[in-house]
Design a protein around this ligand. Structure first.
Ligand code: MN
Length: 206
């Protein structure tokens, strides 16, 4: 079965004024769609991988034939990362982390503000295109990381509970070269309910 572009879980203008409608259209309808198309194209003549999810493809990336490995890494990564990203955002959200993840963040980083500083540093410091992450590592510990391109933490055996796209396509129309303002705006949109869902799923599987 071909991979498909999920619909946004809210209207394109729902995240205004933090993320603008035009960027949401381009980002979802064009950029995300392109990752989906390129993934389907790469797998076209390899239907033995048809039943695998993007997570399963990336978890076992070295099983893939070499001629499609990099394409799948980039585009299954792009598809997975963006599918999560839309759910990590919500209107009337953001602020200090709530629930179980709020407690875990305070325990691991000292306070929410300390976590935020660390996450912002990772997002600002990623040179070129990539993502900043809050992950659960192999020992079940929360960690702030960043990756290049569309690499998902799953490639390192880590599970993402929160991620921020820092590719220029995510912010250039509204924020131009000022990535820091885009990162700050992200903190007004984080859907902590979804982060909590992912966190308890991960903890339950460990
Ligand atoms: Mn993107």
């Amino acid at each position: 079965m071909a991979h498909i572009l999920p619909e946004l879980p809210y209207a394109y203008d729902a995240l205004e004024p933090f993320f603008d409608e035009e960027t949401m259209h381009l980002h979802h309808d064009k950029h995300h769609q392109t990752y989906v198309n390129n993934l389907n194209l790469a797998l076209e003549n390899h239907n033995e991988f048809d039943s695998l999810t993007t997570e399963q493809l990336l978890e076992d990336i070295n099983v893939l034939p070499e001629e499609i490995r990099t394409t799948v890494r980039n585009n299954a990564g792009g598809h997975l990362n963006h599918s999560l990203f839309w759910k990590w955002l919500a209107p009337n959200a953001g602020g200090i982390a709530t629930g179980e993840i709020g407690d875990a963040i305070a325990a691991e980083f000292g306070s929410f503000e300390d976590f935020k500083l660390k996450f912002k540093a990772a997002a600002t410091g990623r040179f070129g295109s990539g993502w900043a992450w809050l992950v659960v590592d192999k020992d079940g510990k929360l960690k702030v990381t960043s990756t290049a391109n569309q690499d998902n933490p799953i490639l390192e055996g880590e599970k993402a509970v929160l991620g921020l796209d820092v590719w220029e396509h995510a912010y250039y129309l509204k924020y131009h070269n000022v990535r820091a303002d885009y990162i700050e705006a992200f903190f007004d949109l984080i859907n902590w309910d979804f982060v909590n869902e992912l966190y308890s799923e991960i903890k339950n599987r460990m």
